[in-house]
Design a binder for this molecule. Structure first.
Ligand code: FMN
Ligand code: ATP
Ligand code: MG
Length: 555
């Protein structure tokens, strides 16, 4: 077991800089108390209120809201069911660790809600029945963390050594169990159709599944664990982001530390939580072999890198569609994305109309990893980009205090219009991307990034800031390799050979264009695997001995 060490905390983007130095909270953490038992008497270990205090003291408003809702669900469960008929399904994973501390805090609040001083002073650690389905294929680190944690918090453990369904049947026969707390989150394969209180599925023994963290994101989980400074299983510091069995779980290749070659960064460094299960892969032998070897001979890390991510670009501008201004952003961004190994699925120019923006965002947001929008940002009637994004996600625009603060610092009193209007951002889906070079943070709504550049130089600056900011989600992937061959042969002559080549080299993009009607034809071969691109180029020129020559650029 490990503590999230100081350096890790300092580098966590969602933490306020002061959170490391908060000694009073460090001292009230039961984990630190247990490791400092020589310094402090054990009875100081608090029964859950330190969790509440840590979250309430945090400057992360989103975390506080998620926490309040989750703890409310926990308290409702304690109010609805007899305490001895509730169980907590704990397996040492990060989600169930979050749940453990929410239950402790919820129990404390439930017990003290009457405001009775005597109650407040006597409330103990939450003695909730805890069930763990132990299997021989669990990671030893998970097993030891589970056992140590239940012991630290005095939880009565019932270890079940059979599958979930028959284990639960046996449990319910033995002890009346009306509700079970589970750490399921939206995005887990089994979360589909579930709500915070969901009866068990047909065919399963009857009980209420209580899911207090159903709406928590990967990032919320890590914000909570780091803010509360609680222990979590050490595997998460070794690149594991979601833990199943030793046979199907490896560290997440997206956290591979390229500078050291074979070590991994901690789980909380994963910027795109949607990929937390990327480490749930088939493994060929034991745990030390961190990356699986797929049938194509690539290991997991290489495979991840070979998959290019895709982006789309939406330029909002009536002037471009009227032909009075030429769009330079689309082309510039395509080049930049190509340089980091990303594919651009399309560049679209739309009118300055909410519906036009909304329709395009709606189309791109679910098919591309990131969507970029240029233009339509500001206080003018034609600045509709944010309203369009809000409409595409089905949310309202609402005042964003943090953004308003930045705006007022930037434009001060010189702005005479309604400043609030510029600080209206899509509610609940907006993240501000900060960078010391940016006069104003960039706005990111889920996977849509709104760029504020007004020319290509400003775009260069914003792009560099985005690459430097983990939350942008712009991970560098393996760069493309290109080869350009030129020939004076007519199209009809090479067409059948190129068509066959496309089938044989389906992982290589093969395209062609002419610089002029009578000039040479340039065939471009672009891919991520150097050998394959070389192979395709050799095959093409070999088919027309001496009639193709290599060119450096496709222009
Ligand atoms: C306490 C408990 C209750 C469960 N109840 C149900 C259920 O009602 N219906 C169901 O299909 N699966 C149920 N499951 C199985 C889970 O849906 C899921 O398979 C399990 O949590 C493993 O998740 P993982 O594949 O992400 O490791 C339950 C699991 C546990 C631990
Ligand atoms: N072996 C188990 N014993 C008890 N509860 C379990 C077990 N496996 C899963 N659960 C319950 O199902 C929940 C969801 O499991 P899941 O694997 O998605 O999350 P986790 O294990 O907490 O974290 P991670 O996603 O990092 O593995 C757990 O939080 C826990 O409540
Ligand atoms: Mg798990």
């Amino acid at each position: 077991m490990k503590y999230p060490h100081e350096a890790s905390l300092a580098s966590h983007p969602s933490l306020p800089p002061s959170s490391n130095a908060d000694e009073s909270r460090l001292l009230s953490s039961p984990q630190l108390l247990s490791s400092q038992s020589l310094l402090l008497p054990p009875q100081v270990a608090s029964p859950g209120m330190e969790i509440d205090a840590a979250v309430q003291a945090s400057s992360d408003g989103r975390l506080r809201t998620k926490y309040d809702n989750a703890v409310y669900v926990v308290q409702r469960a304690f109010a609805l069911y007899p305490f001895e008929e509730i169980a907590f399904s704990f397996n040492g994973g990060k989600d169930s660790t979050v749940l453990l501390h929410l239950i402790r805090a919820g129990y404390y609040l439930h017990k003290t809600s009457s405001g009775d001083e005597a109650q407040i002073n006597t409330v103990q650690n939450c003695p909730l029945r805890t069930i763990y389905f132990e299997t021989p294929c669990a990671f030893p680190e998970i097993n030891s963390f589970t056992y140590e944690t239940v012991s630290t918090y005095g939880l009565p453990l019932e270890t079940i050594r059979s599958d979930f369904k028959s284990g639960l049947e046996g449990l319910l026969k033995e002890k009346s169990t009306k509700a079970i707390f589970i750490g399921t989150r939206i995005g887990d394969p089994n979360a589909v159709g579930q709500e915070q209180f969901s009866p068990s599925s047909p065919g399963w023994p009857p009980f209420m599944r209580v899911n207090p963290i159903l709406d928590w994101s990967y990032r919320d989980v890590w914000s909570f664990l780091l803010t509360c400074k609680v222990k979590y299983c050490s595997l998460y510091d070794e690149g594991y982001t979601s833990i199943g069995s030793i046979y199907d779980t490896v560290p997440n290749a997206l956290l591979s530390d390229s500078s050291t070659g074979n070590s991994f960064r901690p789980a909380y460094m994963l910027s795109d939580g949607r990929l937390e299960r990327a480490g749930r892969a088939k493994k060929t032998s034991n745990k030390t072999e961190t990356n699986s070897v797929a049938s194509n001979g690539m290991n997991n890390a290489e495979g991840e890198q070979m998959i290019s991510r895709s982006a789309s670009v939406i330029v909002v501008g009536d002037e471009i569609l009227f032909g009075t201004v030429e769009d330079k952003f689309g082309a510039a961004l395509c080049k930049k994305l190509h340089e980091i190994g990303w594919r651009v699925s399309h560049v679209t120019v739309v009118h300055n109309e909410i519906d036009s923006v909304a329709e395009e965002v709606e189309r791109c947001k679910s098919t591309d990893d990131v969507v970029f929008i240029f233009g339509g940002l500001g206080p003018l009637h034609s600045d509709v980009s944010l309203a369009g994004v809000a409409k595409a996600f089905g949310v309202h625009l609402a005042p964003d205090e943090e953004f308003e603060e930045h705006l007022s610092q930037l434009i001060g009193n010189s702005y005479i219009g309604n400043r609030n209007e510029m600080a209206l951002l899509p509610e609940g889906i907006t993240e501000l991307l900060h960078h010391k070079m940016l006069p104003l943070p960039l706005i990111k709504c889920k996977n849509v990034i709104i760029l504020s550049a007004t020319n290509v130089d400003e775009l260069d600056m914003e792009w560099n800031c985005l690459l430097d900011t983990q939350e942008s989600g712009l991970l560098r992937t393996k760069p493309f390799v290109s080869k350009h061959l030129s020939t004076l042969l007519p199209d009809v002559k090479i067409a059948p050979v190129v068509a066959k080549l496309c089938l044989e080299f389906s992982d290589v993009y093969i395209g062609s264009h002419r610089i002029s009607r009578t000039g040479p034809l340039v065939v471009s071969l672009i891919g991520k695997d150097y050998q394959r691109v070389e192979g395709a180029a050799a095959k093409l020129s070999g088919s027309f001995e001496g009639l193709f020559s290599q060119v450096d650029s496709c222009k």
